[in-house]
Design a protein around this ligand. Structure first.
Ligand SMILES: [Zn+2]
Ligand SMILES: [Zn+2]
Ligand SMILES: [Zn+2]
Length: 359
């Protein structure tokens, strides 16, 4: 388990604790900031703060990776993958011959496998999609991971590629012999009774032109079409391809939350705020905080974000830290269900306004 995963699980566990502990952790975060980190003993709340910071760092890194995708950034591709999921409910990979990636999701048009996978990972992380049935496994290069290759016959004995197939034929009269004994001009003729009908392949063998060894079973080697490496069945990598699915409930909640966010943005615009989407703000601590939108009017800033695929308490802990760090007037958190009283109290204590995006 990687560290961010561990942090995520730990935070989920923390979620079952009351908001009080989280509030204490946020207070401790700023006390520790003021004291400086040198010599500070590792306490439970310090551990929590470290995990929250790591989570934010991870988000920041993922975001900068997303920006590197070219003309269309990750959120755009995510939206297209979501559209495809909404349309068909499932993304079923199909094998793609002669491709590096080895497979494709035909439902997602105009997006490379790599981009689609990155978007899917993000959707899985957010709880919007999950992997189900295994569709197929592709052979891939153990050196570079490419699925583009040519399969070659190789000698089991000496490794040479000068291996040819030797066919033995059987005629209905009972005669069995190698192909050469049946060849007569361009045709196959039984050497015993001179008839052409009723000749069939009796068995195949594979013969090495270098060492002369013969084999019953072919030995397959692969030459990588991307890096040129040679590998075989013993050294090949296997790349699994699974279906990706989403549930109607998840997508509905997601759409509700997005609509709720849009409605809040519209309200703020009507009040004269200038709204920037997908904004990030650097706090006093130097940590960069990401939001779905930031509304500005004069010196006043309001951040807007949604909670999806993350426990609401966890979102609140994260946003509580961001709010103090950024000196924001308010943070609006849109969630896809009714907030429970504990969540409401906790949000209020942090100066975060929860908006319930219900039907
Ligand atoms: Zn050989
Ligand atoms: Zn014959
Ligand atoms: Zn390779």
């Amino acid at each position: 388990m990687s560290l961010p995963d561990a942090a995520f699980l730990a935070l989920q566990r923390i979620d079952v604790l009351a908001g009080l502990i989280a509030a204490a952790a946020i207070a401790a975060f700023f006390i520790l900031r003021r004291r400086g980190r040198a010599g500070a003993k590792s306490s439970g709340s310090e551990e929590l703060i470290r995990m929250v910071e790591e989570g934010m760092e991870r988000d920041r890194k993922q975001n900068s990776v997303g920006k590197g995708l070219g003309e269309e950034d990750l959120p755009g591709i995510e939206a297209r993958v979501l559209d495809a999921l909404r349309g068909s409910g499932v993304l079923k990979p199909i094998p793609m011959p002669a491709s590096r990636e080895g497979g494709d999701y035909p439902e997602v048009v105009g997006v490379s496998w790599k981009q689609a996978r990155e978007a899917i990972e993000k959707l899985i992380e957010k709880g919007l999609a999950f992997e189900t049935e295994h569709e197929f496994s592709a052979v891939s290069c153990p050196i570079c991971g490419s699925c583009s290759q040519i399969a070659l016959l190789s000698c089991r004995n000496c490794g040479s590629f000068k291996v040819e197939e030797v066919k033995y034929y059987k005629h209905s009269c009972g005669f069995i012999g190698p192909e050469s004994s049946f060849r007569s001009g361009g045709r196959l003729v039984c050497p015993q009774c001179k008839l052409e009908d009723g000749i069939e392949v009796y068995y195949r063998r594979y013969r090495c032109g270098d060492c002369g060894a013969e084999f019953e079973e072919p030995n397959i080697a692969f030459k990588c079409g991307s890096c040129g490496s040679l590998y075989d069945e013993r050294t090949m990598e296997i790349k699994p391809f699974r279906r990706v699915e989403s549930s109607r409930e998840m997508l509905d909640e997601y759409e509700r939350v997005r609509r709720g966010l849009e409605a809040e943005i519209e309200k703020l615009r009507a009040e004269g705020y200038v709204v920037e989407r997908g904004a990030s703000l650097a706090g006093e601590s130097g940590v960069v905080h990401q939001f779905d939108a930031v509304a500005k009017k004069g010196d006043e800033k309001i951040a807007l974000t949604v909670s999806f695929g993350e426990p609401v308490t966890q979102s609140l802990i994260r946003l509580g830290i961001a709010k103090s760090d950024l000196k924001l007037r308010e943070i609006i958190l849109v969630i896809g269900r009714k907030a429970d009283p504990t969540e409401k109290d906790f949000a209020k204590s942090l100066g975060i306004r929860i908006v319930e995006a219900l039907e």
